[in-house]
Design a protein. Sequence first.
Length: 297
Amino acid sequence: MANHHFGNIGDIWKHLPLCEILAIVQPARYWETHAGSACYDLSHTPGRDHGIYRFLRAAPGEEPLAASRYRALLSEMPKRAAEPAVYPGSPHLAMRCLQERGAMFIFCDIDGSSLDDIQRAADDLHVPRDCVRCVAADGIASIFEQLEKLNDEEAARTFIHIDPFLLHAAGEQGMNSVELFCEATKRGAQVMLWYAFDSPTPRRTDVWDLFRSTSAAHDLSRSTHNLWAGEISMPGVTASQLPDISLAGCGILCANLTDPALAACDALGRSFARIYHDIRFADGAVGQYDFTTACDL
Ligand SMILES: C[S@@+](CC[C@H](N)C(=O)[O-])C[C@H]1O[C@@H](n2cnc3c(N)ncnc32)[C@H](O)[C@@H]1O
């Protein structure tokens, strides 16, 4: 297993909207650049207490979270002392959301043991072997290669989840994750790019400068691609204030999704930020996440 960040806050504001989007748009294909494992043994750490365990505790009192597809899937995971014993990574969640419609999956990762875990989970979930491809190679280059083979109609029914390790890092073809986002958007695929920023680096302004310059170079516009970002952040927080367990912020940048899917993400984001109204900073101050949306790059 190569992903040690599972169940932290960044995972929740990725998997929560992801499940809702997939349930609504029901794509025929689900492709992921940095898949990680399907399942992780779940136990308490400060990061997970701040992430998944806070969600599990608070979600019943927040209606959009309580009724979310993500919470329903968590409740079906094997349990230990009334809590999930296993945390589902995005490959597991995607297969659960889409297996009934017979979707085709491509999962990329450079870690062989993560891909083995995905294949095991697919077998356990009875997803037919010819519906799942695990690709042991750079995810940005591999997904771009697959994208080039699709016709327009196929591209429109393909959901691409870009979950980069480093937003700026170029893959084997010299393309970075934001460039892949723009290429997939122009082809008409449904796209979700997860991003995070921190204090001191990368700063939120660095991330948004990259989004703006790359989308301008690719001639993307909100009106043609329904661009949308939903972000949780703590404006003005300094590196010394930020608790080790928290991120300064993270978000999802989406393209070509339907309005009902974006409305559902908007409601979930507002509700999710509300359960983080009492974050303890290192200096004793209490802070909170804000949820913001942007429809223009
Ligand atoms: C944060 S995890 C992915 C989490 C997963 N998408 C989820 O949401 O549950 C990061 C994964 O990226 C993989 N990885 C790192 N560099 C990669 C690359 N260039 N191409 C594909 N996967 C990569 C790592 O092996 C690791 O399993």
